[in-house]
Design a protein around this ligand. Structure first.
Ligand SMILES: *Cc1c(COP(=O)(O)O)cnc(C)c1O
Length: 388
Protein backbone atom coordinates (compact mmCIF):
# COMPACT_ATOMS: atom_id res chain seq x y z
CA UNK A 1 0.00 0.00 0.00
CA UNK A 2 1.28 3.44 -0.91
CA UNK A 3 2.27 5.82 1.84
CA UNK A 4 1.39 8.73 -0.39
CA UNK A 5 -1.86 10.53 0.31
CA UNK A 6 -4.55 9.98 -2.27
CA UNK A 7 -4.90 13.53 -3.52
CA UNK A 8 -4.03 12.46 -7.08
CA UNK A 9 -5.85 10.11 -9.37
CA UNK A 10 -2.77 8.40 -10.79
CA UNK A 11 -2.63 6.13 -13.80
CA UNK A 12 -1.23 2.73 -12.91
CA UNK A 13 2.04 3.24 -14.73
CA UNK A 14 5.49 4.60 -13.95
CA UNK A 15 8.47 5.45 -16.09
CA UNK A 16 12.12 4.71 -15.85
CA UNK A 17 13.48 7.27 -18.26
CA UNK A 18 12.59 9.79 -20.91
CA UNK A 19 14.16 11.11 -24.08
CA UNK A 20 12.75 13.95 -26.14
CA UNK A 21 9.09 13.24 -26.86
CA UNK A 22 9.19 9.70 -25.45
CA UNK A 23 8.92 7.98 -22.07
CA UNK A 24 10.09 4.42 -21.34
CA UNK A 25 8.86 1.98 -18.69
CA UNK A 26 11.05 -0.46 -16.76
CA UNK A 27 10.24 -3.23 -19.19
CA UNK A 28 11.07 -1.18 -22.23
CA UNK A 29 7.60 -0.03 -23.32
CA UNK A 30 7.80 3.26 -25.22
CA UNK A 31 5.17 5.99 -24.95
CA UNK A 32 4.77 9.15 -26.98
CA UNK A 33 4.50 11.71 -24.21
CA UNK A 34 2.16 14.53 -25.21
CA UNK A 35 1.64 15.55 -21.61
CA UNK A 36 5.25 16.53 -20.87
CA UNK A 37 4.55 17.03 -17.20
CA UNK A 38 1.62 19.31 -18.15
CA UNK A 39 3.39 21.76 -20.46
CA UNK A 40 6.47 21.76 -18.23
CA UNK A 41 9.12 19.94 -20.25
CA UNK A 42 9.15 22.54 -22.99
CA UNK A 43 12.23 20.97 -24.61
CA UNK A 44 11.24 17.35 -24.01
CA UNK A 45 12.83 14.87 -21.64
CA UNK A 46 16.56 14.91 -20.82
CA UNK A 47 17.40 17.64 -23.28
CA UNK A 48 21.19 17.69 -23.81
CA UNK A 49 21.43 21.51 -23.44
CA UNK A 50 19.64 21.35 -20.11
CA UNK A 51 21.68 18.38 -18.91
CA UNK A 52 24.83 20.33 -19.68
CA UNK A 53 23.57 23.45 -17.91
CA UNK A 54 22.48 21.66 -14.76
CA UNK A 55 25.65 19.52 -14.64
CA UNK A 56 27.92 22.53 -14.97
CA UNK A 57 26.06 24.55 -12.39
CA UNK A 58 25.75 21.63 -9.96
CA UNK A 59 29.53 21.48 -9.72
CA UNK A 60 29.78 25.19 -8.96
CA UNK A 61 26.97 26.36 -6.72
CA UNK A 62 23.44 25.16 -5.95
CA UNK A 63 21.92 27.59 -3.59
CA UNK A 64 22.66 30.89 -1.95
CA UNK A 65 20.28 33.22 -0.23
CA UNK A 66 18.67 36.17 -1.96
CA UNK A 67 20.57 38.16 0.66
CA UNK A 68 23.36 38.05 -1.95
CA UNK A 69 23.63 38.95 -5.63
CA UNK A 70 22.94 35.93 -7.86
CA UNK A 71 24.51 36.59 -11.30
CA UNK A 72 22.66 33.68 -12.99
CA UNK A 73 19.37 35.29 -11.90
CA UNK A 74 20.45 38.73 -13.09
CA UNK A 75 21.18 37.14 -16.45
CA UNK A 76 17.83 35.35 -16.75
CA UNK A 77 15.89 38.44 -15.63
CA UNK A 78 17.76 40.51 -18.24
CA UNK A 79 16.88 38.02 -20.97
CA UNK A 80 13.23 37.98 -19.95
CA UNK A 81 12.97 41.74 -19.82
CA UNK A 82 14.80 42.19 -23.13
CA UNK A 83 12.46 39.88 -25.00
CA UNK A 84 9.15 40.81 -23.37
CA UNK A 85 7.03 43.72 -22.06
CA UNK A 86 8.62 43.34 -18.63
CA UNK A 87 11.02 45.71 -16.91
CA UNK A 88 11.41 43.74 -13.69
CA UNK A 89 11.27 40.12 -12.52
CA UNK A 90 10.86 38.30 -9.20
CA UNK A 91 11.69 34.59 -9.20
CA UNK A 92 9.57 31.98 -7.46
CA UNK A 93 9.45 28.19 -7.54
CA UNK A 94 6.02 27.41 -8.92
CA UNK A 95 3.03 28.74 -10.76
CA UNK A 96 0.79 29.29 -7.81
CA UNK A 97 3.50 31.25 -6.01
CA UNK A 98 3.87 33.37 -9.11
CA UNK A 99 0.13 34.12 -9.30
CA UNK A 100 0.07 34.93 -5.58
CA UNK A 101 3.02 37.26 -6.04
CA UNK A 102 1.14 38.89 -8.93
CA UNK A 103 -1.83 39.53 -6.63
CA UNK A 104 0.44 40.95 -3.95
CA UNK A 105 2.16 43.24 -6.44
CA UNK A 106 -1.16 44.60 -7.76
CA UNK A 107 -2.38 45.38 -4.26
CA UNK A 108 0.93 46.82 -3.15
CA UNK A 109 1.01 49.12 -6.17
CA UNK A 110 -2.27 50.77 -5.21
CA UNK A 111 -1.19 50.91 -1.58
CA UNK A 112 2.00 52.68 -2.65
CA UNK A 113 0.09 55.36 -4.57
CA UNK A 114 -2.20 56.05 -1.64
CA UNK A 115 -5.19 54.00 -2.80
CA UNK A 116 -5.15 51.00 -0.47
CA UNK A 117 -8.92 50.58 -0.87
CA UNK A 118 -8.26 49.38 -4.42
CA UNK A 119 -7.39 45.82 -3.49
CA UNK A 120 -9.86 43.46 -5.12
CA UNK A 121 -8.91 41.14 -7.96
CA UNK A 122 -11.45 40.33 -10.64
CA UNK A 123 -11.08 36.81 -12.03
CA UNK A 124 -12.79 34.46 -14.46
CA UNK A 125 -15.12 32.05 -12.70
CA UNK A 126 -13.63 28.54 -12.73
CA UNK A 127 -10.26 29.69 -14.00
CA UNK A 128 -7.09 28.13 -12.67
CA UNK A 129 -4.33 30.01 -10.89
CA UNK A 130 -2.94 27.30 -8.64
CA UNK A 131 -3.72 25.55 -5.40
CA UNK A 132 -2.74 27.83 -2.54
CA UNK A 133 -5.51 29.13 -0.33
CA UNK A 134 -5.64 32.47 -2.14
CA UNK A 135 -5.31 30.96 -5.62
CA UNK A 136 -8.23 28.57 -5.17
CA UNK A 137 -10.51 31.40 -4.10
CA UNK A 138 -9.21 33.45 -7.02
CA UNK A 139 -10.45 30.67 -9.28
CA UNK A 140 -13.79 30.56 -7.49
CA UNK A 141 -14.26 26.94 -8.46
CA UNK A 142 -16.57 25.03 -6.14
CA UNK A 143 -14.62 21.83 -6.62
CA UNK A 144 -11.30 23.37 -5.63
CA UNK A 145 -12.54 25.44 -2.69
CA UNK A 146 -14.96 22.99 -1.07
CA UNK A 147 -13.87 22.21 2.48
CA UNK A 148 -11.15 24.83 2.49
CA UNK A 149 -13.02 27.72 4.02
CA UNK A 150 -13.21 30.29 5.39
CA UNK A 151 -13.45 31.94 2.02
CA UNK A 152 -10.55 34.23 1.23
CA UNK A 153 -11.98 37.65 0.52
CA UNK A 154 -10.71 40.02 -2.13
CA UNK A 155 -11.74 38.18 -5.27
CA UNK A 156 -14.68 38.89 -7.56
CA UNK A 157 -15.71 36.87 -10.57
CA UNK A 158 -17.17 37.14 -14.03
CA UNK A 159 -18.10 34.43 -16.48
CA UNK A 160 -15.82 33.56 -19.39
CA UNK A 161 -16.97 35.45 -22.48
CA UNK A 162 -19.60 37.45 -20.61
CA UNK A 163 -18.56 41.05 -21.21
CA UNK A 164 -21.60 42.52 -19.48
CA UNK A 165 -20.91 40.65 -16.25
CA UNK A 166 -17.28 41.74 -16.48
CA UNK A 167 -18.08 45.44 -16.74
CA UNK A 168 -20.65 45.15 -13.98
CA UNK A 169 -18.18 43.45 -11.66
CA UNK A 170 -15.66 46.31 -11.83
CA UNK A 171 -15.99 48.63 -8.84
CA UNK A 172 -14.01 51.44 -7.23
CA UNK A 173 -12.25 48.74 -5.23
CA UNK A 174 -11.02 46.73 -8.20
CA UNK A 175 -7.23 46.70 -8.37
CA UNK A 176 -6.73 44.27 -11.23
CA UNK A 177 -8.26 41.84 -13.64
CA UNK A 178 -6.46 38.51 -13.73
CA UNK A 179 -7.03 35.95 -16.45
CA UNK A 180 -5.44 33.17 -18.47
CA UNK A 181 -5.19 34.08 -22.18
CA UNK A 182 -5.91 30.41 -22.88
CA UNK A 183 -7.69 28.59 -20.08
CA UNK A 184 -5.61 25.46 -19.59
CA UNK A 185 -7.22 23.37 -16.85
CA UNK A 186 -10.51 24.99 -17.87
CA UNK A 187 -10.56 23.14 -21.19
CA UNK A 188 -8.22 25.03 -23.57
CA UNK A 189 -10.56 27.93 -24.06
CA UNK A 190 -8.86 30.70 -26.01
CA UNK A 191 -9.66 34.33 -25.22
CA UNK A 192 -10.09 35.92 -28.67
CA UNK A 193 -7.39 38.40 -29.68
CA UNK A 194 -9.82 41.31 -29.99
CA UNK A 195 -11.10 40.52 -26.50
CA UNK A 196 -7.69 40.97 -24.91
CA UNK A 197 -7.33 44.24 -26.82
CA UNK A 198 -10.64 45.49 -25.46
CA UNK A 199 -9.73 44.28 -22.00
CA UNK A 200 -6.53 46.33 -22.10
CA UNK A 201 -8.55 49.39 -23.11
CA UNK A 202 -11.06 48.75 -20.36
CA UNK A 203 -8.28 48.46 -17.77
CA UNK A 204 -6.76 51.72 -18.95
CA UNK A 205 -10.12 53.47 -18.81
CA UNK A 206 -10.89 52.21 -15.31
CA UNK A 207 -7.28 52.65 -14.13
CA UNK A 208 -6.87 49.05 -13.09
CA UNK A 209 -4.04 46.62 -13.71
CA UNK A 210 -4.08 43.72 -16.11
CA UNK A 211 -2.57 40.47 -14.85
CA UNK A 212 -2.20 37.81 -17.52
CA UNK A 213 -1.50 34.36 -16.12
CA UNK A 214 0.88 32.78 -18.62
CA UNK A 215 1.91 29.92 -16.34
CA UNK A 216 0.65 27.34 -18.84
CA UNK A 217 0.44 29.34 -22.08
CA UNK A 218 3.77 31.16 -21.80
CA UNK A 219 7.38 30.50 -22.81
CA UNK A 220 6.55 29.61 -26.40
CA UNK A 221 3.72 27.15 -25.73
CA UNK A 222 1.26 29.20 -27.83
CA UNK A 223 3.71 29.73 -30.69
CA UNK A 224 4.64 33.20 -29.45
CA UNK A 225 6.76 33.76 -26.37
CA UNK A 226 3.58 34.86 -24.61
CA UNK A 227 0.07 34.09 -25.81
CA UNK A 228 -1.05 37.71 -25.25
CA UNK A 229 1.45 38.84 -27.91
CA UNK A 230 -1.04 37.75 -30.57
CA UNK A 231 -3.18 40.69 -29.41
CA UNK A 232 -0.35 43.23 -29.49
CA UNK A 233 -1.06 44.36 -25.97
CA UNK A 234 1.09 44.99 -22.93
CA UNK A 235 -0.08 43.63 -19.60
CA UNK A 236 1.12 45.04 -16.26
CA UNK A 237 1.93 41.81 -14.46
CA UNK A 238 2.55 38.30 -15.81
CA UNK A 239 3.09 35.21 -13.67
CA UNK A 240 4.97 32.40 -15.40
CA UNK A 241 6.20 28.93 -14.40
CA UNK A 242 5.71 25.51 -16.05
CA UNK A 243 7.73 25.80 -19.31
CA UNK A 244 10.44 28.15 -18.05
CA UNK A 245 12.20 25.46 -16.01
CA UNK A 246 12.02 22.76 -18.67
CA UNK A 247 11.23 20.27 -15.88
CA UNK A 248 13.00 22.00 -13.02
CA UNK A 249 10.64 23.76 -10.57
CA UNK A 250 10.81 27.43 -11.44
CA UNK A 251 8.35 30.29 -11.50
CA UNK A 252 8.53 34.04 -11.82
CA UNK A 253 6.47 37.13 -11.98
CA UNK A 254 7.20 39.72 -14.67
CA UNK A 255 6.08 43.31 -14.36
CA UNK A 256 6.43 46.87 -15.58
CA UNK A 257 8.62 49.47 -13.86
CA UNK A 258 5.50 51.24 -12.68
CA UNK A 259 4.15 48.42 -10.55
CA UNK A 260 7.60 47.12 -9.59
CA UNK A 261 8.39 50.41 -7.87
CA UNK A 262 6.20 49.42 -4.92
CA UNK A 263 8.12 46.21 -4.27
CA UNK A 264 10.73 47.67 -1.96
CA UNK A 265 13.03 45.54 0.27
CA UNK A 266 11.05 43.38 2.65
CA UNK A 267 7.77 43.39 0.72
CA UNK A 268 8.19 39.93 -0.80
CA UNK A 269 10.64 37.07 -0.74
CA UNK A 270 11.33 33.40 -1.25
CA UNK A 271 14.04 31.19 0.23
CA UNK A 272 14.48 29.04 -2.85
CA UNK A 273 13.18 31.39 -5.54
CA UNK A 274 15.85 32.23 -8.08
CA UNK A 275 18.65 30.05 -6.74
CA UNK A 276 21.68 29.47 -9.00
CA UNK A 277 20.75 25.91 -9.97
CA UNK A 278 17.23 26.89 -11.06
CA UNK A 279 18.56 29.96 -12.83
CA UNK A 280 21.13 27.96 -14.78
CA UNK A 281 18.38 25.71 -16.12
CA UNK A 282 16.06 28.66 -16.82
CA UNK A 283 18.81 30.40 -18.79
CA UNK A 284 19.41 27.27 -20.85
CA UNK A 285 15.68 26.89 -21.62
CA UNK A 286 15.29 30.51 -22.67
CA UNK A 287 18.41 30.38 -24.86
CA UNK A 288 16.86 27.55 -26.85
CA UNK A 289 13.41 29.08 -27.12
CA UNK A 290 14.72 32.47 -28.18
CA UNK A 291 16.92 30.96 -30.88
CA UNK A 292 16.11 32.33 -34.30
CA UNK A 293 13.37 30.29 -35.97
CA UNK A 294 12.43 28.27 -32.87
CA UNK A 295 9.04 29.89 -32.25
CA UNK A 296 8.33 30.11 -35.96
CA UNK A 297 8.81 26.38 -36.12
CA UNK A 298 6.37 25.94 -33.22
CA UNK A 299 3.81 28.02 -35.13
CA UNK A 300 4.30 26.10 -38.37
CA UNK A 301 4.27 22.62 -36.90
CA UNK A 302 1.36 23.35 -34.57
CA UNK A 303 -0.62 24.72 -37.49
CA UNK A 304 -0.05 21.44 -39.27
CA UNK A 305 -1.05 19.48 -36.15
CA UNK A 306 -4.23 21.52 -35.67
CA UNK A 307 -5.17 21.07 -39.33
CA UNK A 308 -4.69 17.31 -39.06
CA UNK A 309 -6.78 17.26 -35.88
CA UNK A 310 -9.52 19.18 -37.63
CA UNK A 311 -9.49 16.60 -40.45
CA UNK A 312 -9.99 13.95 -37.77
CA UNK A 313 -12.84 15.93 -36.29
CA UNK A 314 -14.51 16.11 -39.69
CA UNK A 315 -14.00 12.40 -40.15
CA UNK A 316 -15.36 11.53 -36.70
CA UNK A 317 -17.98 14.19 -35.97
CA UNK A 318 -19.68 12.00 -33.38
CA UNK A 319 -16.49 11.57 -31.37
CA UNK A 320 -14.67 14.92 -31.55
CA UNK A 321 -16.77 17.97 -30.84
CA UNK A 322 -14.17 20.68 -31.21
CA UNK A 323 -10.45 21.23 -31.71
CA UNK A 324 -9.24 24.17 -29.64
CA UNK A 325 -6.04 25.94 -28.78
CA UNK A 326 -3.05 27.79 -30.07
CA UNK A 327 0.43 26.52 -30.76
CA UNK A 328 1.07 23.35 -28.81
CA UNK A 329 -1.56 24.09 -26.20
CA UNK A 330 -4.23 21.94 -27.77
CA UNK A 331 -7.58 20.65 -26.58
CA UNK A 332 -9.96 18.14 -28.09
CA UNK A 333 -13.41 18.49 -26.71
CA UNK A 334 -15.11 15.12 -27.05
CA UNK A 335 -18.60 13.70 -27.24
CA UNK A 336 -17.23 10.41 -25.90
CA UNK A 337 -16.07 10.09 -22.31
CA UNK A 338 -12.68 11.76 -21.96
CA UNK A 339 -11.28 9.32 -19.38
CA UNK A 340 -12.07 6.29 -21.52
CA UNK A 341 -10.63 8.05 -24.56
CA UNK A 342 -7.41 8.88 -22.70
CA UNK A 343 -7.15 5.24 -21.54
CA UNK A 344 -7.61 4.07 -25.12
CA UNK A 345 -4.87 6.39 -26.34
CA UNK A 346 -2.61 5.17 -23.57
CA UNK A 347 -3.17 1.55 -24.58
CA UNK A 348 -1.86 2.58 -28.00
CA UNK A 349 1.13 4.34 -26.36
CA UNK A 350 0.08 7.96 -26.60
CA UNK A 351 -0.10 9.96 -23.39
CA UNK A 352 -2.51 12.90 -23.06
CA UNK A 353 -4.23 14.51 -20.09
CA UNK A 354 -7.69 15.66 -19.19
CA UNK A 355 -9.01 19.20 -18.75
CA UNK A 356 -12.45 20.53 -17.83
CA UNK A 357 -15.51 20.26 -20.11
CA UNK A 358 -14.73 16.74 -21.33
CA UNK A 359 -11.63 18.00 -23.11
CA UNK A 360 -8.36 16.16 -23.53
CA UNK A 361 -5.19 18.20 -23.54
CA UNK A 362 -2.41 17.54 -26.01
CA UNK A 363 0.89 19.11 -25.00
CA UNK A 364 3.87 18.00 -27.05
CA UNK A 365 7.31 19.38 -26.28
CA UNK A 366 7.95 22.56 -28.26
CA UNK A 367 10.76 20.86 -30.19
CA UNK A 368 8.56 17.92 -31.22
CA UNK A 369 9.31 16.40 -34.64
CA UNK A 370 6.81 16.24 -37.49
CA UNK A 371 6.99 12.45 -37.59
CA UNK A 372 6.05 12.35 -33.90
CA UNK A 373 2.99 14.47 -34.65
CA UNK A 374 2.14 12.06 -37.47
CA UNK A 375 2.45 9.16 -35.04
CA UNK A 376 0.07 10.89 -32.62
CA UNK A 377 -2.44 11.50 -35.42
CA UNK A 378 -2.22 7.86 -36.44
CA UNK A 379 -2.94 6.70 -32.87
CA UNK A 380 -5.78 9.20 -32.45
CA UNK A 381 -7.29 7.98 -35.70
CA UNK A 382 -7.07 4.35 -34.63
CA UNK A 383 -8.77 5.11 -31.34
CA UNK A 384 -11.54 7.04 -33.11
CA UNK A 385 -12.03 4.11 -35.50
CA UNK A 386 -12.31 1.69 -32.59
CA UNK A 387 -15.60 3.38 -31.54
CA UNK A 388 -17.41 2.30 -34.69
C1 LIG B 1 -0.44 25.17 -13.57
C2 LIG B 1 -0.98 26.54 -13.44
C3 LIG B 1 -0.82 27.29 -12.25
C4 LIG B 1 -0.23 26.70 -11.01
O1 LIG B 1 1.09 26.29 -11.17
P1 LIG B 1 1.74 25.30 -10.09
O2 LIG B 1 3.18 25.26 -10.51
O3 LIG B 1 1.04 23.99 -10.17
O4 LIG B 1 1.59 25.91 -8.77
C5 LIG B 1 -1.29 28.58 -12.25
N1 LIG B 1 -1.87 29.12 -13.32
C6 LIG B 1 -2.05 28.44 -14.47
C7 LIG B 1 -2.70 29.10 -15.64
C8 LIG B 1 -1.62 27.11 -14.56
O5 LIG B 1 -1.84 26.41 -15.68
Amino acid sequence: MSSLAKNYNRKKISFLKGKGSFLYTKNGKKYLDFVQGIAVNSLGHTNPHLIKAINNQSKKLWHVSNAFIIPEGEKLAKKLSKSTFADKVIFQNSGTEATEAAIKIARRYFFSIGKPQKNRILCVKNSFHGRTIAAIFASGSKKMTEGFGPKVDGFDHFNFGDHKSLEKAITKKTAAIMLEPIMGEGGIKVVPEWCLKELRKLCNKKKILLIIDEVQSGIGRSGKFFAFEYSNIKPDIVPIAKGIGGGYPLGAVLMTKKVASSMIPGTHGSTFGGNPLAMAVGNAVIEQILKKGFLKNVRNLSKYFLEELNFLKDKFPKIIKEVRGKGFLIGLQLYKNQNVFIENLMKKKLLTIRAAENTIRILPPLNVKKKEIDLAIKILKKVCESYK
